[in-house]
Design a protein around this ligand. Structure first.
Ligand SMILES: C[S@@+](CC[C@H](N)C(=O)[O-])C[C@H]1O[C@@H](n2cnc3c(N)ncnc32)[C@H](O)[C@@H]1O
Length: 289
């Protein structure tokens, strides 16, 4: 797992999913990457990682559980989606559907979209184990396979948004499938983490690169030259501007604090860092009527 050494990971804040894997030797780079290339890299990457991800984090996530990030903030506590009972709710980057299953359990209609077939197979497995079904489909956040104004709520819990190059298109897609007045809530790696090495220890507290440098983080297989993983960064200001541009009214921006006694390490997320700096940003916005 060479990328977990401080050198190549300097300044990179991978999201909580792949932060603790990196199975094969890869070259790490910072360069522009297209939407196509991002998608072609991240789909197979999540297919490869899905089994380990679910084995490692499934219990923390809960089969019918909704957490917004490694701090463990639950939707029951945050209330970012508003009332879900009776609502049609789409999860973008739904993984094994834990959050959507919670929505369905609460009386909503939870539906999932994910790029990774293997993640969706886990979702189906948990559907069968819990008898709470989350209809899910394989698709990308930048081309949602739904008609206009289909959903009351769209959300993403560390899902697709930091993996897409064309974020403008992804947010436009959310706005398209939401009904006017609908709610959009999403959690991402807190943008300030981009400045720090992705290290859960004290080294992860020393800023080493520019917060304003949006050049994507790219991993490449040195044998084939194939891009195997991409992550994209936007500043807080970028997010606010993008939401406004797509006619969203920002209702809240939650920055979950690290809970007392919570010692779980998830990739670069830890008590050591979490007590001092935010690791997750949770945006809550409504589409203007
Ligand atoms: C960190 S997981 C989050 C899943 C779930 N919310 C959870 O907490 O386990 C990120 C998910 O986003 C999916 N993803 C990545 N890029 C995507 C894209 N362009 N469109 C849809 N899903 C994507 C991945 O396959 C993965 O399942």
């Amino acid at each position: 797992m060479p990328q977990q050494t401080p050198g190549p990971m300097d300044g990179v804040a991978r999201p909580p999913a792949p932060a603790d894997h990196l199975p094969q030797s890869v070259e790490v780079d910072r360069r522009a990457v297209s939407e196509d290339e991002s998608r072609r890299a991240n789909g197979p990457e999540w297919d490869r990682y899905a089994d380990e991800y679910q084995a490692t984090h499934g219990e923390f996530l809960g089969d019918i559980g909704f957490v917004w990030g490694p701090e463990g903030l639950t939707e029951a506590a945050a209330g970012a989606l508003g009332e879900v009972a009776g609502r049609r709710v789409l999860e973008v980057g739904s993984g094994a559907g834990q959050c959507s299953r919670w929505v369905t359990h609460r009386g909503g209609t939870g539906i999932g979209v994910d790029l990774s077939l293997r993640q969706l197979q886990h979702s189906r497995r948990i559907d069968e184990e819990t008898a709470v079904q989350v209809p899910s489909t394989q698709a990308t956040a930048t081309a949602l396979p739904f008609r206009d104004a289909t959903f009351d709520v769209v959300f993403s819990s560390f899902g697709a948004l930091q993996f897409v190059a064309d974020l403008d298109l992804a947010v436009a897609e959310v706005a398209r499938v939401l009904r006017p007045g609908g709610r959009f809530a999403f959690s991402i790696t807190h943008p300030t983490r981009w400045s720090f090495p992705d290290d859960p220890g004290p080294d992860g507290l020393v800023a080493s690169q520019s917060y304003w440098d949006r050049t994507p983080y790219v991993e490449t297989d040195p044998g084939t030259g194939t891009v195997t993983y991409v992550e994209h960064h936007r500043t807080l200001g970028d997010w606010v501007g993008l939401l406004a541009q797509h006619r969203f009214h920002l209702v809240d921006l939650l920055e979950p604090e690290w809970p007392e006694g919570h010692e779980r390490v998830w990739g670069g997320w830890s008590a050591t860092r979490g007590r001092l700096t935010p690791g997750t940003a949770l945006f809550v916005a409504d589409l203007l009527p």
